[in-house]
Structure formats: C-alpha cells, structure tokens
Design a protein around this ligand. Structure first.
Ligand code: ZN
Length: 239
C-alpha cells in the first residue's frame, strides 16, 4: 500500500504537483516529477523521509528540474521511459514500459501515453488503484498536444478509460479551473459537472488540491474522457 503526499510547486505560476509517495510496508519512497527543490525538501524533512527514487512521467523541465538536486541530496535513483532517456536529466534507469517497477512491496505498472509528448508515461499502482498522470490528464482537461498526433492522444485516452472505474488519479498540475468552461459547455451544465466544480472550488479555497478524483467521476465530467468517439474528441480539442 502506498501513501501519497501532494507537493505544490511553482505556486502561483505553473502550479505543478510533485508527489512524495511511500510504500507503507517497507518505507521505500519516491518523488514523482520533482518540479521545485525547496517545497520537496520541506515535505521530505517534515515526514523524515529520504526518497529512494525519482519517477518521471516525461522530460519537460517543470517535471524534471529538481532531478539533480533531489538526487544529490538523497542519492535518489532517477527512473524514466527509455524512449525519453536522452532528454531526462540525471536518468539512472531507462525503463521499458513493458516492465514493472517495485517500490518496496508495491508494484507499479507503466502505461505509455503518447500525445502531450512522445514517450510520456503514467505510473499506475494497481493494488491501490492509484494513477499518476503527469501532463496527460488533469482535472476536467488534458495536456496540450505538443509532440503526438490526435490519433495517438485518442489511443492514450482509451488506455486511461480502460482502467478500473474506482482508480484515483493525481495530475501534474492544478488546472481544474482551466477545464471548467469546456466541461460546462460539453456537458450542457450537467448536475455532475456543477457539483464537481462546487467541490473543487471549496477544496482550492481551503488550500487543498482538487485531486485525487476517481476515474468514474472524471469520465462523466472531463469532456475529453466523456467524448464517445474520436470525432467528438477532435471537436473539443479544436474548440
Ligand atoms: Zn509537459
């Protein structure tokens, strides 16, 4: 079983989330996408944790900028997709997405989702049904199509939709309110989206992340997941 501690980084500008995750049985721990050094070290010190690993979802600087600092301070081993090995700073293990990764007693599966970038991966812990989505999936929206095609993004969306409905996902940014307008438009202001936004606003006002959200709710409210066909999906992308 893993415990998850969200760490807001680049607060007020890019609003990234890095995460400290700890396998409860063994105490083995990792940082997902180290974005900014200071808040990450603060969280580690507060929890008295020396992270053993760094797990990257993709190469963008706001997800890898603190790889070096966290590696230097704690000796953490950096892991990323082998396809991204040439552009993930300080990478130690270039993993094949077919492989599994053990964080202590917790097994992680790697799901390759081309679209935002080529070689973007999700870290999925099936026992806990916890999914780290980087810049692929946010609350009510998705990441920009920087390197992949619409077809690839659609295939990636289908991979996420195939996961268990009660999977909880943790995104790489706090972008819920950016997605609000499209979600309201696409759902024609459905009661589900209105209540999603109501809860999200309250959590943000109290200083909490909107995440985690269960995929079953996201599939109803996030227009990119709610789209039934590739044509419908394309229409929202091009809106
Ligand atoms: Zn990115």
């Amino acid at each position: 079983m893993i415990e998850v501690y969200p760490i807001l980084c680049r607060a007020g500008t890019m609003n990234n989330y890095s995460y400290l995750i700890i396998d409860k049985n063994s105490g083995v721990s990792a940082i997902i996408d180290p974005s900014e050094t200071r808040p990450i070290i603060q969280t580690c010190e507060k929890r008295k944790i020396k992270p053993n690993y760094i797990l990257n979802t993709h190469h963008h600087f706001d997800h890898t900028d603190s790889n070096l600092d966290i590696k230097k301070k704690y000796g953490a081993i950096v892991i990323g997709n082998k396809k991204d090995a040439h552009r993930i700073p300080e990478i130690d293990i270039a993993i094949d997405p077919q492989e599994k990764f053990q964080l202590g007693d917790s097994e992680a599966q790697i799901i390759e989702v081309d679209g935002h970038t080529i070689g973007h991966i999700l870290w999925y812990f099936p026992e806990d049904k916890i999914l780290f989505t980087g810049d692929m999936l946010f609350n009510l929206c998705i990441g920009g199509l920087f390197e992949g095609s619409i077809d690839q993004m659609w295939q990636s969306i289908e991979k996420i939709k195939a996961l268990p409905e009660d999977t909880e996902f943790y995104p790489g940014h706090e972008y819920t309110m950016y997605g609000a307008e499209d979600a309201l438009w696409f759902s024609q202001q459905s009661s589900e989206v209105l209540s999603y936004l109501d809860t999200a606003k309250k959590r943000l006002e109290q200083g909490y992340p909107v995440a985690p959200t269960k995929l079953m709710i996201e599939k109803k409210c996030n227009p990119y997941l709610a789209a039934k066909t590739k044509e419908e999906f394309t229409k929202i992308l091009q809106r």
